[in-house]
Design a protein around this ligand. Sequence first.
Ligand SMILES: Cc1ncc(COP(=O)(O)O)c(C=O)c1O
Length: 332
Amino acid sequence: MAKIYESITELVGKTPLLEIKNYEKKHNLNSKILVKLEYYNPNQSVKDRIALAMVEDAEKKGLLKPGYTIIETTSGNTGIGLAAIAATKGYKFRVYIQDQVSRERFQVIKAFGGETIKLSEEPAVARVLEETDGDFVAAIKALREEVLSKEKDIFFVDQVSNPANPAIHEATTGPEIWEDTNGKVDILVANVGTGGTVSGAGKYLKSKNPDIKVVAIQPGPNSLPSDANPEPEEITGVHPFEGIPVERVPSTMNLNIYDEKFEVETIQAYEAARDVAKTDGILVGTSSGAAIYAATQIAKRPENAGKTIVAVLPDTGLRYLSTNLFNKEFLG
Ligand SMILES: Cc1ncc(COP(=O)(O)O)c(C=O)c1O
């Protein structure tokens, strides 16, 4: 039977689960680590799922019509996913990106015909960040209000408050993990940016088996800006959800879904991502490294012997070639 797809929208999701056998052996693990390779999505990240879901949800609700411009603020992958979906569906696309995001991401969005604007160049954002001492959620809200008041025929996606974000993980990511493991999964490990992945997939898995433990990753204290270290190397796309004012947590993050919060430092994430490239031939980004690091530590706990841990790996390492993840010191 011939199998020919007619749009990249048909290629989103259904990503493979891989047991990282060589890595498990190297680390003498007595439990299984299965990694969900989200770089199998058509634009190499988990964000293709929410990009498609948020666009199609808006189309259904009449919020997005032919001739409109899709607008979003993002640290990158959502922008890339949306730029590609906008291209194939014929919409214009504009994205406001955090300045420290790797060059590759700006280039890819432009290749899809999207417009990129650095967040720091937006006066509304800069003002609110200054006034609130870095409240990103408030800054995005201000930007959104400003754009909506000035322009028409636009759809502001807003992944940090769009319910279609966690909903697609509940409808696809969670069920894929459940089906591919035949329900034999004990622990889910996922990063938290918007919280969509952990909230949606976690909700689905717990609905199938309430004993499944959900572990949510947040950056460790040395990987977040502080007075002593205002510009640390951060884990792209990963943000704290505990220890910060609750109003700064995106509404897409369900604070009741996780059983454990696990802190990972950027350097630990780098080491795990570099390690798994060498042991199992998979090239993933920093947040994927964080998920593997957390899964490894959890696997080493005596009470978890024999258990199956699924770690969601959000994106490809190819998007980090210009960053310190694959710097000269490491590559030689
Ligand atoms: C590279 C990367 N990893 C992980 C995440 C976290 O995923 P989520 O937004 O579903 O919590 C993001 C989100 O921005 C990301 O860009």
